[in-house]
Design a protein around this ligand. Structure first.
Ligand SMILES: N[C@@H](CCC(=O)N[C@@H](CS)C(=O)NCC(=O)O)C(=O)O
Length: 230
């Protein structure tokens, strides 16, 4: 049995962020190993079937991959439970956790090739926010989190994308999330949650900006201090 869980990571990965939020919510002592994305070590490739992070090394025999499986496992073995007790609510939360991969459309706003492409991508994000708004309105349990007062695995699932959206929105205001008051309030609560803030590298917003600037794509012009694109 490993003495500590080890989370294999890239610094900006939202899926790692999700797993790290769950570790932090449960006060689990863990190590984080940031590996080189462009030169993934052989030991990592041997334990990650699709060569992706996160991987959680649980013990000498077992490494878990897929952020959702990691989150579910941690929730089963360590209190406090972050899934609702009620079976139907739990299933509903799991359904929304399965929906979270669409959030790559949110995090990839940074890949916009020009104004027109950004506007098309914003249209896709608007559809996602519309679906989340409806779910948040229907849940009827009050704010601030997905299920109401209690932070859940579903909050951990969406916080990474909503944080990265917020970073983008701060350097290039889109006026988009404001169309969805429930999503805005949810995002605001998640952006204040200590686990969400501390499950990333220190000064993460600056680091995220630096990565965007270094990528040198069209959207990098919005990073403070960057030269405007032609
Ligand atoms: N479904 C996976 C997605 C993980 C994922 O896409 N990780 C990215 C980093 S953010 C990755 O490792 N990409 C490397 C690659 O695609 O080669 C999960 O939830 O863990």
């Amino acid at each position: 049995m490993a003495t500590k869980f080890k989370l294999c990571s890239f610094k900006t990965c939202p899926w790692v962020h999700r797993a790290a939020i769950v570790l932090q919510e449960k006060n689990i002592d863990y190590e984080i190993d940031y590996i080189d994305r462009d030169n993934r070590p052989a030991w990592f490739l041997a334990i990650s079937p699709h060569s992706k992070v996160p991987v959680l090394i649980v013990d000498d025999d077992t490494a878990l991959f897929e952020s959702n499986a990691i989150a579910e496992y941690l929730d089963e073995v360590t209190l406090p439970r972050l899934h609702p007790e009620d079976a139907l609510k739990r299933a509903y939360n799991r359904a929304w956790n399965d929906f979270v991969p669409v959030c790559s459309k949110i995090t990839h706003l940074t890949d916009a090739k020009n104004e027109e492409d950004l506007s098309k991508r914003c249209g896709e994000v608007r559809i996602i926010f519309g679906k989340l708004e409806k779910a948040l309105m229907q849940r009827g349990d009050g704010r601030p989190y997905f299920n109401g007062a209690e932070f859940s695995l579903t909050d951990a699932s969406y916080a990474p994308a909503l944080m990265r959206f917020t970073f983008f929105d701060r350097i290039h205001p889109l006026g988009l999330i404001e169309e969805f008051p429930f999503v805005t309030a949810w995002r605001d609560a998640l952006m204040l949650r200590p686990s969400v803030l501390s499950a990333v590298v220190p000064d993460f917003e600056k680091y995220w900006q630096e990565v965007l600037r270094e990528k040198g794509g069209w959207a990098s012009q919005f990073v403070p201090g960057a030269a405007a694109a032609e």
